[in-house]
Design a protein around this ligand. Structure first.
Ligand code: DX5
Ligand code: ZN
Length: 222
């Protein structure tokens, strides 16, 4: 089941002083989803924003909010993110001892459930819940910061996940996050990714529309 190529700019690389305007800019520039990185300063060594900010940003666009929770014990605050306007909620497998229950909890809130794997976490960690999720996010950097280098060794894991999804005919979006740019996107697409998070590769470019269009073209032609 091949899903459409989607480009999800990560607002972590945007100017936080003008976040609302930046989101409207990437909306007009052709983004498919808005990727929002929530970091707690514990699970990852950085602190970003939370549900209150997401709630305010919700007013700026109708595009889906793809909320990537890099927080410990995410099950405690899922309802807040759902109420704030997240459409898709991603939890790290490394933070969820009761992963199946957490996925059900996200669905119970009426949201799409995504499970995220760090670079050192194998595909097998999500295999038991693959049929229960809407999305798998493979980290291609160690989470915490934008602008890091793409870790090539995650690609076999992407291929394995793509194979399972296709063999089982599952309706799952396969996403990658970290170091995605004009040099790395085609290889990730060939490995089976259909959703591409891009921070610096969009927000550090002079023209967001050109940056998004170029990334999309490279992924589509890969
Ligand atoms: C990293 C975040 C990413 C990051 C991507 O922890 O999850 O979404 O912002 O930024 P780039 O594309 O610049 O690596
Ligand atoms: Zn992210």
């Amino acid at each position: 089941m091949t899903k459409p190529i989607r480009i999800a700019p990560s607002i972590l690389s945007a100017d936080f002083a003008t976040l609302g305007a930046e989101i409207q800019k990437i909306d007009r520039a052709g983004a498919d989803w808005i990727h929002i990185d929530v970091m707690d300063g514990h699970f990852v060594p950085n602190l970003t924003l939370g549900a209150e900010v997401i709630k305010s940003l919700r007013k700026t666009t109708a595009l889906p909010f793809d909320v990537h929770l890099m927080i410990e014990a995410p099950e405690r605050s899922l309802a807040q993110y759902a109420e704030a306007g997240a459409n898709r909620i991603g939890v790290h497998v490394e933070t969820c001892p009761h992963l199946h229950r957490t996925v059900q909890q996200i669905h119970g809130l009426g949201k799409k459930a995504c499970v995220v794997l760090n670079p050192a976490t194998p595909a097998h960690a999500v295999e038991p819940v693959l049929a229960d999720v809407d999305q798998i996010l493979v980290m291609s950097v160690n989470p915490g910061f934008g602008g890091q280098k793409f870790i090539q060794s995650v690609l076999p894991k992407v291929r394995q996940l793509r194979q399972w999804i296709d063999e089982r005919g599952l309706d799952v979006e396969l996403e990658i996050d970290g170091g995605v740019n004009r040099e790395t996107i085609a290889e990730a697409a060939r490995a089976g990714v259909n959703v591409f998070v891009a921070g610096n590769a969009v927000f550090r470019e002079p023209d967001y529309a050109v940056a998004i269009a170029e990334l999309r073209k490279l992924a589509e032609n890969a």
